[in-house]
Design a protein around this ligand. Structure first.
Ligand SMILES: CC(C)(COP(=O)(O)OP(=O)(O)OC[C@H]1O[C@@H](n2cnc3c(N)ncnc32)[C@H](O)[C@@H]1OP(=O)(O)O)[C@@H](O)C(=O)NCCC(=O)NCCS
Length: 145
């Protein structure tokens, strides 16, 4: 098995199907991505969509969001998920490493992410790649739902 990672910049039917296969494995409440949603995502200046491929089949995804604020160019990593059948084979690490490389290339100052403590594999992955846990409160204001 040989995992590769690339930036997905075209809204193809294969990409749409691949993401809609993966997103329910991240969250059962994840809404289904439409063709329009995918077009908006791949054409966004802020978001970079990465996919992990195994022999041409999408087996994982991660989105890197880069945005300027007064304290510098910052980034978030969001929506990281690897297909259940392909976990433990390095796809998650390869996706995260690709996002770190891209952020470095674009002179980002810091990269944040959140991960619930119950997501043991994800927390181990991020720590292994050098993310350091911060002491802060995470708040969310739900505009919809
Ligand atoms: C988290 C996730 C993306 C990891 O993807 P993956 O391809 O299985 O991870 P990798 O094979 O690249 O593993 C890299 C490292 O992650 C950690 N890891 C992976 N699976 C693990 C597990 N089951 N238990 C503990 N640590 C684990 C290890 O540190 C591993 O390094 P090692 O193999 O040298 O021990 C995947 O488990 C997943 O999709 N989980 C469900 C969705 C999710 O939690 N997403 C993250 C949201 S914040």
């Amino acid at each position: 098995m040989s995992i590769t990672v690339e930036i997905a910049d075209r809204a193809t039917p294969e990409l749409l199907a691949g993401l809609n296969h993966l997103l329910p494995q991240l969250s059962t409440s994840a809404p289904r991505l439409s063709e329009d949603d995918l077009r908006d995502l791949v054409s966004s200046d802020a978001s970079t969509l990465f996919v992990a491929l195994n022999e041409g089949v999408i087996v994982g995804t991660l989105t890197l969001v880069i945005f300027p604020i007064p304290t510098g160019l910052r980034a978030w990593i969001e929506d990281v998920v690897v297909d259940q059948r392909t976990r433990g084979l390095g796809a998650g690490a390869a996706l995260t490493q690709a996002a770190l490389d891209e952020a470095r290339r674009r002179n980002v100052r810091s990269i944040d992410l959140t991960s619930r403590p119950s997501r043991e594999a994800a927390n181990a992955l991020y720590r292994k790649l050098g993310f350091v846990q911060r002491s802060t409160n995470v708040y969310r204001f739900s505009v919809q739902d």
